[in-house]
Design a protein around this ligand. Structure first.
Ligand code: ASP
Ligand code: MG
Length: 421
């Protein structure tokens, strides 16, 4: 017998038919003798609708009332799923965040979990009851309802799995796992059967938005085994979880040492929402970089990649960096404010660029990955505008027009195409 957390996202509980389908997935695990805690999102689109109601009601909403309104979508789906389960002879009850209680800090609308008291819920599971938990919500120190930030029900699920000491946390969504890259761009993309927490973190933060980044961080620190799988698979034809067989459906997100056959590169991610800022002919002298990046940090603008060209005349140089597209105009203003001290000739902002990244823990022990990457890109005539690296990632900035070509080229180069196995 296993203790499993099953989490269902918005498209999996979008209407009554989908909720009944979720009940069938839960029943399968329950009938196999497993203890089950289910975490649900609101119906697809519901949270957006609630947010727009809040904005209609107030131009500067009180965040506690925002949380009161937007948390309600999960209250509805948790109650409805408990009812559907009862209707198919599975004993079940709903749990709101405050009833568990799942305690958060006081940062309403983007609260962090500080403690999950699992004891009462565990007692209910031990009595053979399925727990149906409203995701996304908790209780703040002021006794008011809090929410965990958009996409936060993934984090609820992981925190509950950790508190209950669950054997597995299955995240059911509308895709059947994590892919080597976006299958819409590369039809030969493959589903990964396992991916490490660290790789998943890089992929999640780079726009492969299957899981909320924070949920992966939490799973890594609490050692929760996460699986991403589809709720659109027929519940009846799927086998129940069997821990002894050590098999899983979908993609398992786990620690690095569980992955025996490690590829050098596991995935290619891309992010379009980047912007580039260039200071043309800025003075090449000590203190200039500090004068640019200090005020940006103070303005809470995150800088990602930085390139400073070699100075041609020994006096001036071009300085380029990237920020989130949403921060571009703010970043330009911050730099402009120091124009007299920086004395650059021209300030340019551009958004027709894309960041492409190769990710893989195997890069730690392999030399020459960057060389191979740049060689393949240059053969396709793709110019690299900026580079940044970490131990398990190399990111390049290129012209947006080359995005698909770059992703496809790198996907084949590193042996990720479906037919290359
Ligand atoms: N319903 C919330 C949202 O849409 C939380 C979640 O689905 O994870 O952001
Ligand atoms: Mg989500």
């Amino acid at each position: 017998m296993a203790l499993v957390v099953m989490k269902f996202g918005g498209t999996s509980v979008a209407d009554m038919d989908r909720i009944r389908n979720v009940a069938a997935h839960v029943k399968r695990e329950y009938d196999a003798g497993n203890q089950v805690a289910v975490v649900v999102s609101a119906m697809a689109g519901r949270t957006n609708e609630l947010v727009s109601f809040v904005n209609e009601a107030s131009s500067a909403p009180d965040q506690r009332e925002y949380d009161c309104v937007v948390s309600s979508g999960e209250q509805v789906t948790s109650g409805l799923l408990a009812l559907c389960l009862q209707d198919c002879a599975v004993p079940a009850r709903s749990w709101q965040g405050w009833q568990i209680p799942l305690k958060t800090d006081g940062a309403h609308a983007k609260a962090r979990i500080v403690d999950v008291c699992g004891a009462q819920m565990k007692a209910s599971l031990d009595q053979g009851e399925v727990a149906v938990i409203a995701g996304f919500q908790g209780i703040a120190p002021d006794g008011r309802i809090s929410t965990l930030g958009r996409g936060g029900s993934d984090t609820s699920a992981v925190a509950i799995a950790a508190a209950l000491g669950a054997d597995l946390c299955d995240i059911y969504t509308d895709v059947d796992g994590v892919y080597t890259t976006d299958p819409r761009i590369v039809p030969k993309a493959r589903r990964l059967s396992k991916v490490s927490y660290e790789e998943m973190l890089e992929m999640a933060s780079l726009g492969a938005k299957v899981l909320q980044t924070r949920s992966v961080e939490l799973a890594m620190t609490k050692n929760v085994r996460l699986a991403v799988r589809s709720s659109f698979d027929d519940p009846a034809s799927m086998p129940a979880i069997n821990l002894k067989q050590n098999s899983h459906i979908g993609t398992l997100v786990c620690s690095e040492d569980e992955i025996v056959e490690q590829q050098v590169v596991s995935g290619i991610a891309y992010a379009k929402d980047e912007a580039k800022v260039t200071l043309v002919a800025v003075a090449d002298q000590p203190g200039v970089a500090a004068m640019v990046f200090g005020p940006l940090a103070q303005a809470n603008i995150n800088v990602d990649m930085i390139v400073q060209n070699v100075s041609a005349d020994g006096a001036t140089t071009d300085l380029t960096f990237t920020v989130a597209e949403a921060d571009l105009s703010a970043a330009l203003k911050v730099v402009e404010a120091n124009k007299t001290t920086l004395q650059y000739k021209d300030l340019q902002g551009a958004t027709d660029i894309v960041k492409v990244s190769i990710i893989g823990v195997g890069m730690r022990s392999h030399a020459g990955v960057a060389g191979d990457m740049f060689e393949a890109l240059s053969q396709k005539g793709i110019n690299v505008l900026a580079i940044s690296t970490s131990e398990i990632k190399i990111s390049i900035l290129i012209d947006a027009a080359y995005q698909e070509l770059a992703v496809r080229t790198l996907h084949s180069l590193f042996g990720l195409d479906q037919d290359s196995e």
